[in-house]
Design a protein around this ligand. Sequence first.
Ligand code: ATP
Ligand code: MG
Length: 578
Amino acid sequence: MRYSELLLPTLKETPTEAEVVSHRLLLRAGFVRKLSSGVYTYLPLGLAVIRKVEQIVREEMNKAGAQELLMPMVQPSDLWKESGRWEKYGPELLRFTDRHERESCLGPTHEEVITDLVRREIHSYRNLPVNLYQIQTKFRDEIRPRFGLMRGREFIMKDGYSFDATEKGAEITYQKMYDAYHRIFKRCGLSFRAVEADTGTIGGSFSHEFMVLAETGEDTLVICRSCAYAANMEKAAVQPPEKTGEDVELLPLQKVETPGKKKVEVVCGFLGISPRELVKTMVYLADGDPVAVLVRGDHEVQPVKLKNMLGAVDVELADEKQVFDITGVPSGYLGPIGLKIPVAADQAVSAMVNFTVGANEKNYHMQNVNLPRDFKVFQAADLRQVTEDDRCPSCGGVLELTKGIEVGHIFKLGDSYSRALKATFQDSNSEEQNFVMGCYGIGVSRTVAASIEQNHDENGIIFPLPLAPFQAIILNLDPKTEEISTAAESFYRQLQQKGLEVLLDDRDERPGIKFKDADLIGIPYRITIGKRFLQGAEVEIRSRANGKTLSLSLDKAMAEIVSSISNEMSATQESEAK
Ligand code: ATP
Ligand code: MG
């Protein structure tokens, strides 16, 4: 491809609307443009990278025995009503009515459509297992689309679904996908980790998320320093507290004045106690119904654990106004004693004695509070977030918290969808059984963003070879000088003939601009043909990743580039083959 003919609108200025580096660089390098909130056009180079990820995904899915198909993006509401998700999915599901008054939605995921297909087409255990996937545009009306391709409303996903005859079979399929995902993300050149993930309200199943390690990640990973335990913060279990204070005298309840003191640290400072001796009362709306949750002053509620305990579809922290409307108590002074809404407690609270809470009255707190003497809870459970002070739930080792970007998610579904949609097959005894399902997602467009989060410097993107839109870029530094142009053109043609993906910068621009753009768009190998070629017939090869530079004759440069690229590509193929 010739740069002069390419739509590659790089920007000198850093776009101000972009908060994270991948978003900034995708815009600056001319890879994407925003159409509307969370909706992007992929320009030629952006699309080229997407295609690279797709191809790796395709090869590994096919190798693992899955088959590609393509389902419609528009889905009828009937199927979603059958599965029960028409009501449950919430506002992320974009619903609309067509000219015949038929309700439809844009697919955020395809469990319903695939289960419908399989229940119609597969009737016997003899045709199982089957694993089907597609690579397709999804739509989710995210409440806060942000960070460019990281959290769009429209984005590209690979979604796969497996159907097995038995639980055992489904677990084997799951393991195959787990292994395939490892190969995929390794081939993409990412530093990643598989972690145990929340399975939501679908009981009895398990799931893993594949997390790219990056500071800008929206997820927190909990990793044990001693054993293999790694989990999403949403899932990571907290060890039950040791029961303390059994021989401590329960002091009489006492109301104390705390004028204007609302925040935990301020109240504690004023009363001369530690946050470990105070209990916070948080109000959540679980599918719209208020529930109070108690956690120790130095702990935080984990909303996903709360959601699972309540069996709710959605839980949301109530804001100050909602709390006041529900309880009549101004923010900062809420407490469990006499509260009219259901109260749940984190297990750590059950182990506390003589603690402090809000008095449900402005400017007052209660001290020497004790359970169950002073109030009751309807349930005490693990409802809080793990901290680095907690111990590994698997081996008791030291835990480390780190940030990650979820690029993939695999899930053993069991029969929840096949049961709801009455998707059955005949087993070897001619008995009807529900299919045992799994589902497997990869955020293709998010993977591109995650790769840039991990691979960049102050000058731009540093693509790993397998994802780069071009493997090499040739800079013709002086298109007006015939000798240089002839050499650049011939080098370009020869590299193309050898099957390499190469971009020729033949623009009538200053060398400085060409160097800057080449760095910005992150092409792994740069070949510069300029003045030195006239003097000593040498060209310069530079690696974008490590800056290593060589000056070589045209022939040697050709051999060097071809062997470097083929060695590097086969290295990723080999590591994936292990
Ligand atoms: P998240 O928690 O980030 O919203 P999710 O759990 O909703 O993700 P899944 O339903 O498991 O995601 O979707 C499969 C994959 O699709 C995710 O692992 C992620 O890589 C990608 N993905 C999900 N939502 C988005 C989005 N809004 N924009 C880009 N990619 C997304
Ligand atoms: Mg989501």
